[in-house]
Design a protein around this ligand. Sequence first.
Ligand SMILES: NC(=O)C1=CN([C@@H]2O[C@H](COP(=O)(O)OP(=O)(O)OC[C@H]3O[C@@H](n4cnc5c(N)ncnc54)[C@H](O)[C@@H]3O)[C@@H](O)[C@H]2O)C=CC1
Ligand SMILES: O=C([O-])CC(=O)C(=O)O
Length: 308
Amino acid sequence: MKVTVVGAGAVGASCAEYIAMKNFAAEVVLVDIKEGFAEGKAMDLMQTASLNGFDTKITGTTGDYSKTAGSKVAVITSGIPRKPGMTREELIGINAGIVKEVTANLVKHSPDVIIIVVSNPMDTMAYLVHKTSGLPKNKIIGMGGALDSARFKYRLAEALECPISDVDGMVIAAHSDTGMLPLMSKATRNGVPVTEFLDAEKQAYVEEETKVGGATLTKLLGTSAWYAPGAAVSVMVQSILCDHKKMIPCSLMLDGEYGQSDICLGVPAIIGANGVEKIVEIALTDAEKEKFETAAKAVREVNGDLKF
Ligand SMILES: NC(=O)C1=CN([C@@H]2O[C@H](COP(=O)(O)OP(=O)(O)OC[C@H]3O[C@@H](n4cnc5c(N)ncnc54)[C@H](O)[C@@H]3O)[C@@H](O)[C@H]2O)C=CC1
Ligand SMILES: O=C([O-])CC(=O)C(=O)O
């Protein structure tokens, strides 16, 4: 099956690389606006095929969306990343126009496509795609929770001084420095709640470092991260193409779930061949519910800046 990745920059190329390396897609089409850039990235990646042992065909195009026709999944990574000191929300002015235009082009050539939104501010960009694409809500999925949960597990393993494969955990709510909600109450080490091993101070440290995970990397790198974002996208694309029905926290249009409507926020969902197959409602503590509501309020304010 064909997967399109729009934006052949840091994140887009990482998405293409991980998807190809896992060898589950027939073709990945990279699209960029910069002349020759997607073609060059595709050629470079294809020259890793014999070294890395994959058969996925990667092609690139400068803005010719006819090459994306018939895509099962399209990933939108086009737009600007933040620089140190910026918030994701500050990117809305430039990225909203790009995401809206790219969405229209994708849907024109692949009317049945499932769109994964990556460009920031992601929860608001996912909302924009819902409002402008005409696609049903099961076909629009924002990527944030998969990445934030991976960062949560990284920080949990660091605090527990254990391998990352020992820990499990999930981050829901908003993909923002203040709106992420790492679910400490549900995180486990081999089935045992991590709260049995970590004192309140360590729990608070893990939660805070998880929430500012993207900002920490942006400060170190001078631009935002790409390896873990690309890997997170590849897991979501694989769950769709292979109908794995994995439970992944994603930014989805809510219609009463978690007490919210007409907003995209990170919640656990079953991701399969139909895109979002089910939103999973889990019991939150009162404190978690309050944080979820605060995050929703902040995302609504950013959504208010959109012009359709
Ligand atoms: N949701 C998430 O968890 C994450 C989101 N991001 C976001 O992903 C976006 C991309 O980040 P990077 O890849 O690091 O940036 P980048 O600057 O390396 O790549 C962006 C690419 O988009 C292209 N582009 C711009 N306008 C376009 C258009 N109209 N059509 C096609 N291509 C276009 C640019 O030419 C560039 O190659 C940013 O908005 C960033 O904040 C990044 C990491 C994680
Ligand atoms: O931090 C950023 O701006 C990019 C992003 O969303 C992330 O890496 O989580």
